[in-house]
Design a protein around this ligand. Sequence first.
Ligand SMILES: [Zn+2]
Length: 462
Amino acid sequence: MLEFDLILKGGQIVTASDIYTADVAIHDGRVVLLGRDISFPAKKFIDVSGKYLLPGGIDVHTHLDMPFGGTVASDDFASGTIAAAFGGTTAVVDFAIQGKGQSLKQTTEVWQEKAAGKAVIDYGLHIAITDLNDAVLAEMPEIIEQGYSSFKLFMTYDGLRVNDDTMVKALHVTREHGGLVCVHAENYYIIDYLVKKFQAEQKTEPIYHALSRPALAEAEATGRAIKLAQIAQAPLYIVHLSCKESLQEVKRAREDGLPVMAETCPQYLLLSEDNYREPDFHGAKYVMSPPLRTRDNNEILWRALAQGDLQVVATDHCPFFFKGQKEMGRDFFGKIPNGAPGIEARMPLLYGVGTAEGKISLQKLVEVSAANPAKIFGMYPRKGTIAIGSDADIVVFDPDKELILRQKILHENVDYTPYEGIRVKGYPVITIAGGRVVVENGRFLGEKGAGKFVKRSAPLII
Ligand SMILES: [Zn+2]
């Protein structure tokens, strides 16, 4: 008689559309049966009554082992994906950054090497194009074919940014070949001017990082990217949208029926510009781009998620130690490595601050943390839902487990969390990835290298 690998008994399954009670049978890494009181034999049973079963979180914006500003993001594919698993995330899509003069193929090889033997959960790779010559353009269709169906273009940062004509060229290729362009939208020239101005005036503290990158500089670039995509008749995805000004651009485009989608991040939902004024240089912990905005943006972004104006919450996880890394910018905010950790706290924050406080429904949480990321980035319905045939990436979530987020209880390889002291109600207690129990009651049971590369297909426009 058939014996399943694992049966989860009595949990409440949550998808982007439904909540219902059922047992889940898992075999060979997939969900094979859903139903009341499944009575087949199995190698292992777990009683999950009183718990939610959520599709494993998918974080489509991470920077693991990434060089930036003379240093390297402190989580690699091992520590970063372990932290992700503890926080209820079962897949990441990381950014492979093209080095100058590198082909896209070489870029994928460098990042596959970083992930090999380390990732404990499945991973995909976007390619951040920084040098788009004709050879690279010609290479894009084949790379899409190989499962790297999304590309990131930076509109800012020296050494990474691309011009408008480059964006249109890339947009044309993705339209033709079923890919998706993602943009980091900030106006390079405004920021460059303000950074140099503040530096000349010896305004060097972390708060000037925020003041040198105004919301309107983001909104301008967002609006421009949307128009370039419209010219190319291509879909577009805006990463880490931080403010109401950019949101208006996205909303207007979507109301006009354009295939424009956008993500925000927990830091823009929870933190604010005030954090940059923390004493003793602690404001540096929040130096990221775009910067944290004024407090009023938090509620506006929550509402945009609830109403479907924003489609995804990802983290832009890019940790640097306060000691030794962030401190590189003690004399000048422009030297502070940009980025902050968040991969582990995303799901608990979305539930504890979002769902438990009535800002977003539980189905909406699943939609923005798993279903939409899977759809937009070509992994649905293999990932992003709990259904027969889908990957057994499941989070057993205890809505009653309360705790206070602290750096010392998290597993990210970094010496602080921006969410220190935030009390959350609801926490992942078991994380199952590809049918394997990776985390159970605070213990890591996974295996480095068990995470597989996910070949992704064309985006679904939502
Ligand atoms: Zn990023």
